[in-house]
Design a protein around this ligand. Structure first.
Ligand code: CO
Length: 658
């Protein structure tokens, strides 16, 4: 990966090395230092917006460290050489170093490896396996699961629960055979196995068939799939310049962050020759997967896949024709291991165009005229694998000014071995001896809005029936009800599907041709937020998941909805804490945070591997443009989209036609 060209470009390998060397120099007294994050420290917004191609800019790194000797966490800010790099560029210097106690950094890949080795060598754990008839460790898989915050956890230590599964063969699905009532707490700093829980009864291993990878596994592949090729003979319609992309009217910057995964920044739309800002930064800020089974093997499972594991840290390297189809371009990511060594994750981000059915259409019966346009979308995606689940994040940009995030969930459901005659209340069976507890996957997306600039205001808009009375003689009158969200204390909101509730981010200083403020509407996900009690451990830790919308005043260090250290955190951090400041939200730099998710009562069809489930929300212009901004999209092939016509294969043969 070449040198940084834009102030928002993720750190290059050379920059990571420079930051790590400087951080090591400043922390030479630490006993057993490890790096849990080395990433770009975002520059001030004003510098980014004012940046012109080729100009020099400052570079800073955030370096997160932990001293495994005493468990303390360090946050360093490192000033790097300016970019674009100069021959005489100086070294990196540490600008600040802060020691923080009482927090736990995320779980690193090195932690899994060390924890697994420690558990496998532990005699108590091996006795537990032997009690269940397992002598051979070669087919054991041990998952390093975050421990949550419970009084029954070993106190004051950085731990995971090592939880075993047995593969039937080397390539078999481990989640078909969870080993029940056996788990071990490992101190990730000392490497000690702190506690082994080996309870009765011994649950016989499930006999279910869980394999899906080969033709033999699935009993033969179907043979009725016709070839489908997506061809763009002139290449894709977008232009990539480093991490910046221009596609039709859209402009933005794309990056990969260790925690947030895919980050889209400085999103603009060129409207009649003028680039207009819409969103300054859009990214998943946190996600939580709480399990709703009070059984002792499950009540503590509350995975924060962002802050505890990292969506970028666990991003996939994507494959052409498999993850992405068509004329694809990729961006790589730089990952950093616990020793501070960078490596390139190739094809971390996939960028392509998709045919998207119709954009708009009208048949004029009077004159027999048919006008129809195909919709095209730009899709920017990445996929993270966290344990048994795989999450795809797909941002789409449409010709009509709309933006969508669709999250695709797949992978293997988390399982629990059960007795065939056992009554189950908190899960569903996928086989007589294998169950999957009910759970949720709740995502929070941070949208740092910038509708025609940073001074924005958020309004809640309902569409409702009017009261009966003299003004509504026929009983069918409708009106919109608008409530301006003036302070953070009023910014915690929930959806109201029966009122078609949405939230509108407006710039009251910029008026459209009708004299109304320009705006964008958040079209929310309409479904449950966190179902667990707000007083439960996960309810306190995932406070953000208790509402569909939060509005805060921008602060550069408020990036993660459950705070920066959700791992083993007692709760209260992030959004619930920040809004206690009750900052003023009128005509100011506002951030909106949207919670969306899948509430998952598992089906038999989710086994052995779950077909993609999906959840989405949109941002749509409302009074931002003076008319349909996609009215200028030309016909696919003029004159050939007549009623009943064939269109010579150019109208509807380009992919999905819904
Ligand atoms: Co699920």
């Amino acid at each position: 990966m070449s040198a940084a060209r834009h102030p928002l470009d993720p750190l290059t390998e050379a920059e990571v090395r420079a930051a790590v060397a400087a951080a090591r120099g400043a922390t030479a007294e630490l006993g057993l230092p490890a790096f849990w994050q080395v990433s770009l420290q975002d520059p001030p917004k004003a510098e980014v917006v004012a940046h012109v191609a080729g100009a020099r800019f400052e570079r800073r790194a955030f370096v997160g460290m932990v001293d495994r000797a005493d468990g303390a966490v360090y946050e360093l800010l490192v000033r790097l050489a300016d970019a674009p790099a100069e021959a005489s560029a100086g070294g990196a210097t540490v600008e600040s170093c802060r020691r923080i106690e009482g927090v736990q950094p995320p779980i690193l890949p090195e932690d899994y490896t060390a924890a697994i080795a420690a558990v496998e060598a532990d005699e108590r754990f091996r006795i537990g396996l032997r009690r269940r008839g397992i002598e051979d460790l070669s087919l054991i898989q041990i998952d390093a699961l975050t421990a949550g915050h419970f009084p029954q956890n070993p106190e004051g230590r950085r731990i995971i629960w090592a939880t075993p599964y047995l593969r039937q063969g080397p390539g078999s699905n481990p989640y078909a055979r969870p080993i029940e009532h056996l788990r071990a707490a490992v101190d990730l700093n000392s490497g000690e196995v702190v506690e082994v829980i080996d309870d009765d009864p011994v649950v016989p291993l499930s006999t279910v068939d869980g394999d899906y990878a080969t033709e033999a596994d699935v009993g033969g592949w179907r043979t009725d799939i016709a070839p489908l090729e997506i061809v763009q003979p002139d290449g894709p319609g977008f232009r990539l310049d480093g991490n910046e992309i221009a596609w039709q009217r859209w402009r933005m910057h794309i990056g990969l962050h260790p925690v947030d995964g895919l980050v889209l920044s400085h999103i603009r739309y060129e409207d009649e020759g003028v680039e207009r800002q819409i969103v300054y930064r859009a990214a998943v800020s946190e996600m939580v997967v709480p399990y709703g089974d009070p059984h002792k093997g499950f009540y503590w499972r509350t995975y924060f896949d962002g802050g505890e594991y990292g969506l970028g840290r666990n991003a996939n390297s994507l494959t052409l024709g498999c993850d992405c189809l068509g004329e694809i371009r990729y961006l790589d990511g730089v990952q950093v291991d616990a020793a501070g060594e960078p490596s390139v994750l190739t094809n971390a981000i996939c960028i392509h165009e998709e045919d998207d059915s119709i954009l708009w259409k009208h048949t004029d019966p009077g004159i027999g005229d048919v006008q129809v346009r195909r919709s095209r979308r730009l899709v920017i995606s990445s996929i993270a694998t966290v344990g048994n689940y795989d999450y795809g994040f797909y941002w789409s940009f449409f010709q009509d000014g709309s933006i969508e995030l669709e999250v695709k969930l797949t992978g293997i459901v988390l399982t629990r071995g059960v007795f065939p005659d056992q009554e189950l209340r908190h899960g569903e069976r996928v086989a007589p001896d294998l169950a999957a507890p009910h759970h949720q996957h709740l995502f929070n997306v941070r949208l740092d809005m910038a509708v025609d600039g940073f001074e924005n205001t958020v309004e809640e808009v309902d569409l409702v029936a009017c009261e009966a009375g003299p003004d509504n003689p026929w009983g069918q009158a409708l009106e919109t009800r608008v409530e301006t969200i003036e302070r953070e204390s009023a910014g915690k909101r929930s959806v109201e599907p029966a009122a078609n509730r949405s939230w509108r981010i407006v710039n009251r200083g910029v008026r459209n041709h009708l004299g109304e403020p320009v705006g964008y509407r958040l079209v929310p996900f309409n479904g449950p937020t966190l179902l667990a009690s707000p007083d439960s451990s996960v309810g306190r830790r995932a406070g953000f998941a208790g509402a569909h919308l939060w509005v805060t005043r921008y602060a550069p260090d408020e990036l993660h909805a459950a705070g920066d250290y959700p791992n083993q955190h007692p709760g209260g951090a992030g959004l619930p804490e920040w809004i206690e400041q009750d900052r003023d939200l009128l005509d100011t730099d506002v951030v909106v945070w949207h919670t969306l998710g899948v509430s998952h009562a598992v089906r038999p069809e989710d086994w052995p591997i779950m077909p993609v489930d999906r959840v989405a929300f949109m941002l749509r212009p409302v009074g931002f443009f003076r008319r349909n901004p996609a009215v200028d999209v030309p016909p696919s092939e003029p004159g050939h989209c007549r009623a009943g016509g064939e269109g010579r294969g150019h109208c509807g043969s380009l992919g999905s036609d819904e």
